[in-house]
Design a protein around this ligand. Structure first.
Ligand code: G6P
Length: 517
């Protein structure tokens, strides 16, 4: 449980953000763009129903809504979204529920164009590259089909840019355009080419890692240059961590020789335009999460999950995603049971897994690998009375929060991850002074490493030893670490993520106003 001074701190931060937003948006209109929108429409027997969009990006960006009501431009991903577009006849769709309201503009393109953009370029090619997931001797294979999909990727970006420019022209005030993530790399340049009203500002926030220049060499030269050139056309370019920001500077140094790269000021100038690079570590809505953690729904899941816990319980919560390193996590647990038999019958591993991107073959295969390794551990170390691994598969956030409250050890061991919000959510709601075992590859390690046990994601033995250290840690040390982690997350919560961006936008706009004739 968070102590009252942390709750008061979070509230003060939110109030500060409220004042800042009121000032900024008195004379500006906010446009947000991301591939997945805040609402997804499904066609069912009952007609078309809207549901909150899934995933961390949508959750974080939706929090803007508490302070300002943006116009959100997103891709029509399924038939329900497309149906809504034709029903709306080209005007914005208004969405409202108890906690948020948006005006939503869907971008629609031909299904096969969208498929190439999403299922060939965004998810396999860019996601795999930026999470170091290629098996370099064999993949990627950039063949004709990928080059054609590259054109489709640009086509979808152009459709986004068209709608954004249209909305910007209609906006009552100069627009602030906040672009999100690797699906939209071409939007900054396309917005400049189409032109935005004077006094506007274009920001881009990258939620995922940015690898170093050598790894970018796996993409053909024209592709990487085009991405870098476009991103240099933003006004502010945000990364999760300093490491990713430095990698970006190094990548520009390697592949954009005509750009002026200022390491000290962290900015890049190309064709007379300067982009300021910044870090904004994304975080969680502490107040909202605590309210959910205290709800009847979560209490009832907690009761049910208790049947799965042991004398001590290791928990992990992840999308079924190869970069999350779920298989090696199980291998480390297996080593623990093998090396220290006294834990058999006592320490359980509860894995809450959310199926993801099943349209991509590697993800299907990864799910199978997880099943195999978990099944093997249960066969080898389980008995009629005791099962070491409990796999809970499905997308249920309330249940995931309940599991976070119950852990003695939270395993977050991704190979590489933009941030990893489970690490932040876990330490906020956990009720057992549990220990965080955290990969050095998670963006969250930049903020949380002092009080977590840091592991190398490939190191099964090191991870096993970290699990053992966590399980044996005296309660006073557990408590001290858990309290420090809670404080760290509360001080840099989601309102701070937004406040830092709004503050920098405000400064950028003020500087522009001073220099304009
Ligand atoms: C995760 C990442 C986001 C990314 C999203 C895309 O949530 O953290 O940065 O935008 O995946 O997932 P999707 O299911 O929309 O393809």
């Amino acid at each position: 449980m968070l102590d009252t001074s942390l709750i008061a701190l979070v509230e003060t931060q939110a109030e500060r953000l409220e004042r800042l937003s009121a000032e900024l948006f008195e004379h500006h209109t906010l446009l947000v763009a991301s591939n997945r929108g805040p609402v997804e429409y499904q066609v069912s027997d009952r007609g078309i129903e809207g549901q909150r969009g899934a995933g961390g990006l949508v959750t974080a960006v939706s929090a803007i809504n508490r302070y300002v009501s943006p116009r959100w431009v997103a891709a029509a991903m399924g038939d329900g979204d497309r149906q809504m577009v034709s029903n709306a006849g080209g005007v914005a769709i208004h969405w409202e529920n108890e906690s948020s309201q948006f005006d939503l503009r869907f971008v629609t393109v031909e299904k096969d164009v969208y498929n190439a953009y999403y299922n060939t370029i965004s998810n396999p090619l860019l996601w795999f590259l930026q999470h170091y997931m290629w098996d370099a001797p064999r993949t990627p294979v950039i063949d004709r089909q990928v080059w054609e999909a590259w054109d489709a990727y640009k086509q979808v970006n152009a459709a986004f840019a068209d709608i954004l420019c249209h909305e910007a022209a209609l906006a009552p005030n100069a627009p602030i355009v906040m672009l999100h993530d690797y699906h939209l790399y071409f939007c900054p340049q396309m917005l400049r080419q189409r032109g935005l009203p004077p006094g506007s500002c274009v920001t881009f926030f990258l939620h995922i890692p940015w690898p170093g220049p050598d790894y970018w060499a796996l993409l053909p030269h024209p592709m990487r240059r085009e991405i870098l050139t476009s991103l240099s056309q933003c006004d502010i370019l945000g990364f999760q961590t300093q490491r990713f920001l430095r990698n970006f500077l190094n990548t520009c140094l390697a592949y954009l020789p005509e750009a002026h790269i200022d390491y000290a000021q962290q900015c890049i100038t190309l064709d007379g335009h300067t982009v300021q690079l910044k870090t904004y570590p994304i975080s969680i809505d502490v107040r909202g999460l605590m309210a959910l953690a205290n709800s009847d729904e979560v209490r009832s899941y907690r009761q049910r999950l208790r049947a799965y816990t042991g004398d001590q319980t290791i928990v992990r919560i992840d999308r079924v995603e190869p970069s999350k390193n779920i298989v090696r996590g199980f291998q480390a647990y297996e080593q623990l049971l093998e090396t220290y038999p006294e834990y058999r019958g006592r320490v359980k591993f509860v894995a809450i897994l959310v199926p993801s991107r099943l349209g991509v073959e590697e993800y299907q295969r990864y799910m199978e690998e997880i099943m195999v390794v978990a099944g093997w551990i249960n066969t080898r170390y389980g008995s009629d009375e005791w099962q070491p691994v409990e796999l809970v598969v499905g997308d249920n956030y309330g249940r995931a929060v309940a599991a976070m409250q119950l852990y003695d050890v939270l395993m977050v061991n991704p190979i590489i991850d933009g941030m990893n919000l489970v690490a932040k959510e876990g330490v906020t709601v956990n009720e057992k002074s549990g220990v965080l075992v955290l990969s050095e590859g998670a963006g969250a390690a930049e903020q949380l490493s002092d009080h977590a046990l840091i592991v190398s994601p490939s190191d099964i033995i090191g991870t096993m030893e970290a699990l053992r250290t966590a399980l044996e840690m005296p309660i006073t040390e557990r408590h001290a670490r858990a309290t420090a982690l809670q404080g760290q997350v509360a001080r840099e919560d989601l309102s701070m993520w937004l406040a830092h961006q709004f503050h920098d936008i405000k400064q950028f706009l003020q500087a522009g106003a001073e220099h304009s004739p």
